[in-house]
Write a protein that binds this ligand. Sequence first.
Ligand code: FRU
Length: 333
Amino acid sequence: MNRLLTLAVLVGGLLVVSSVTAQDAKKPEAAGKPEAPKAKEKYIIGFSQCTVKEPWRVEFNRRLKEHAEKAYPSVQLDMLDADDKTEKQVGDVKTFIRRGVDAILISPKEAAGLAGVVKEATEAGIPVVVLDRDVTYQGYACFVGGDNKLIGRAAGKVAIEMLGGPGKAKGVVYEICGGLASTPGQERRDGFHEAVEKEKGLKIIGGLDCDWKKDKAHSVTQDALKANPQIDLLYAHNDPMAHGAYLAAKAAGREGEIKFIGIDSLPNEGQRWVKSGELTATLLYPTPGEVGLDMAMKILKGEKVEKKVTLPTRVFTKENVEKGGVEVKVEKN
Ligand code: FRU
């Protein structure tokens, strides 16, 4: 397990900078000669959150609200919860456009379904900062979130270590996906497969879309256990699903045979479950609200921001969880 510590690979910058600046994206027709907006006494920022059905999003909102109150007394932050529905979220963003808010923060339910309304806001001259899940329209001002491909690859490396090490790993890996219409679902799957498929002794099965939900992962795992006499490791795209799977395995008396890997690492969820031995590992997915608001405020004050701000990740196992986990660094290919 010590080798897990060496998973922390090479250092890379946390900020990924693209050549497109927020100002260019905000007013495509005025690219090259952005006007510095005049400072206002009060800013209204609309925040469209896709759901608060999962604890990670409750924490995301709490931290964003606290940051807004402490750091930006001139900001009125209006939050709308889309109740896990793409159509409701489209309506929420349209409401912000109609109200003429100064900027919009959005954490979209899905990549394609929210692209149109992000474009509409951008074309209406409202800077949009996209948080955590990306959209298929790329003309918005700024994206802030974790590197899900890197997280998927790092989870794959953890899985390989747990199943015998590179070149020697053996076993059956069952995968439970988050929402596959969202970029974290797609990238956590792709990064994991990229790492694990190199190992000839490993077989990946499963791959059903459980939409990030603990109860769905629980029932999918019940079926998986009946259909598969051998499962050595279960990789779920978030901690609630990994824990739902663990509980199903426990009820079937098979939790001892399976290693469980999840993503998010909230102190009260993933990290706690790693400490208790229910999950074998969890990878950190930081909530992006505070940095997202900082970016929106810079844009409103006429400062240039990076088009893409990538938040770091860490891996937590029983060996390192008390010490705050180990950083996963950006690999140089
Ligand atoms: C919460 C959540 C997290 C996950 C993120 C991906 O809604 O499912 O558990 O890491 O969304 O966007």
